[in-house]
Design a protein around this ligand. Structure first.
Ligand SMILES: Cc1ncc(COP(=O)(O)O)c(C=O)c1O
Length: 339
C-alpha cells in the first residue's frame, strides 16, 4: 500500500507499537478516587520535568488551557493574551463559556505581545480585574519566543500580582530549539499545559502543572468540565512512554521542517522565511497569485493530505512518520505544480 503523506499537523502522529503495548500492561485504578498508579506516575513525571509541584492529566490541550483559565480566574476577570494565540483563535470561545472571563487581546507579531502594551493593558479597577496573562511557547506559528521575552513578561506579572499561564502544547519543541530544559521555560509561568499527543505521538492527552494548591483547585474544576476519567492509566501509559522515549526525536522534525523551508524558498512563486521556522511547522505565502490553488490540486492528485490555505498562508507540518524522503516528495510535487 502506498504511504500517505500527511502535512496537516503533528496531531496526526500514530503511536509506535511499543507505545501501544504499554496500554496493555499498564497498572490501573480509578482516577476519580485518584488511585490510578499510572496516571499518578505520569502527573508526577510531568511536574518534575517542568519543575512544578504537581500535575493533572487532562484529555486535550484545549482542556488543559481552559482548565487553567477556569482555575486562575473568576467570572468577569480579564485575561491578557496575544490576538493570534490558540486560546483566542482555535478554542471556539471556550473561555467565555467555561470561565466567563473577558479576553483582552493584544497585537502580537510572531505571536509576541509588546511588554509595554501588556503593562498598559493591566487594569486594577474592581471589575474587570486583570488576573492572568497567557503566553504560548512554542507559538503555533512555528516560532519560539526567547527567554528574555518570557522574563520581561514575568517581571510585569510580578510587579502587578498577576499570574501567567503558559500554553506549552509544544513545550518540548521550544525547549529543544532554545537548548534549555523544559523547566527553564516553565519557570516563567505559574501554570503550564503541555501536550503528549502532538510531536510526542501519544494517542491522547495533555498535562497541566503548577503548585500543589493550584492543582488541588483545578481537580474539581476538571470534573465540572466532564474531565474526570476512571481507568485512565491506559491513556497515561503511552504518555509516560512519550516523555521517556519521544522527546529527543523532535529534532528530526525540526530538521525536516528547516529542509522543507529551505527548498520552498527556492520557489519564486512562494514566499517563505526559513529563519522563522523554529520547530516543525513551515508557513508560506504566495508571491504569484494562484500558486496555492495549483499546489492544492497537485496534493490531491498525489494523495498528500493538507490543510487548505487560510488568510493568505499555507502551513505544512513535519512529524513522526514523515521522513526526509517524504519532505523531498512534497517539494517535488509543489515544484512540478508551479513549473
Ligand atoms: C498552541 C496550541 N495550544 C493548544 C492546542 C490544543 O491541543 P488539543 O488539540 O490537544 O486540544 C493546540 C493544538 O494544536 C496548539 O497548537
Amino acid at each position: 500500500m502506498k504511504k500517505q503523506i500527511d502535512t496537516r499537523s503533528d496531531t496526526v502522529t500514530q503511536p509506535p507499537l511499543e507505545m501501544r503495548q504499554t496500554m496493555v500492561t499498564a497498572a490501573l485504578g480509578d482516577d476519580g478516587y485518584r488511585d490510578d498508579p499510572t496516571v499518578l506516575q505520569l502527573e508526577s513525571m510531568a511536574a518534575e520535568i517542568c519543575g512544578k509541584e504537581a500535575g493533572l492529566f487532562v484529555a486535550s490541550g484545549v482542556m488543559g488551557n481552559q482548565l487553567a483559565l477556569f482555575t486562575h480566574c473568576n467570572h468577569g476577570d480579564e485575561v491578557i493574551l496575544a490576538e493570534n494565540c490558540h486560546i483566542v483563535d482555535h478554542e471556539l470561545g471556550a473561555s467565555a463559556v467555561i470561565s466567563g472571563v473577558q479576553l483582552r487581546t493584544l497585537p502580537a507579531p510572531d505571536g509576541m505581545m509588546s511588554p509595554d502594551a501588556i503593562k498598559a493593558a493591566i487594569r486594577h479597577c474592581l471589575l474587570p480585574k486583570t488576573k492572568l496573562i497567557c503566553l504560548e511557547n512554542a507559538h503555533s506559528l512555528g516560532i519560539v519566543h526567547p527567554l528574555e521575552y518570557m522574563a520581561a513578561v514575568r517581571k510585569i506579572a510580578d510587579e502587578n500580582g498577576i499570574a501567567i499561564h503558559l500554553d506549552g502544547a509544544r513545550l518540548f519543541n521550544a525547549a529543544l530549539y532554545l537548548g534549555v530544559e523544559p523547566k527553564v521555560l516553565a519557570s516563567y509561568a505559574d501554570s503550564v499545559m503541555f501536550c503528549l499527543s502532538k510531536g510526542l505521538c501519544a494517542p491522547v492527552g495533555s498535562v497541566l502543572v503548577g503548585t500543589r494548591e493550584f492543582i488541588a483547585k483545578a481537580t474539581p474544576r476538571r470534573k465540572i468540565m466532564g474531565g474526570e476519567m476512571r481507568q485512565a492509566g491506559v491513556l497515561a501509559a503511552p504518555g509516560i512512554y512519550a516523555l521517556q522515549h519521544m522527546r529527543a526525536r523532535l529534532q528530526t522534525d525540526h530538521d525536516n521542517a528547516q529542509l522543507l523551508a529551505q527548498l520552498l524558498a527556492q520557489q519564486p512563486a512562494l514566499t517563505v522565511s526559513p529563519e522563522k521556522v523554529h520547530i516543525n511547522m513551515v508557513y508560506f505565502g504566495e508571491a504569484v497569485a494562484g500558486s496555492f490553488a495549483k499546489i492544492e490540486q497537485a496534493f490531491m492528485q498525489a494523495g498528500i493530505l493538507f490543510n487548505p490555505a487560510e488568510h493568505g498562508v499555507m502551513r505544512l507540518a513535519t512529524h513522526y512518520g514523515m521522513e526526509e524522503s517524504d519532505v523531498r516528495f512534497v517539494v517535488q510535487t509543489i515544484a512540478a505544480a508551479l513549473a
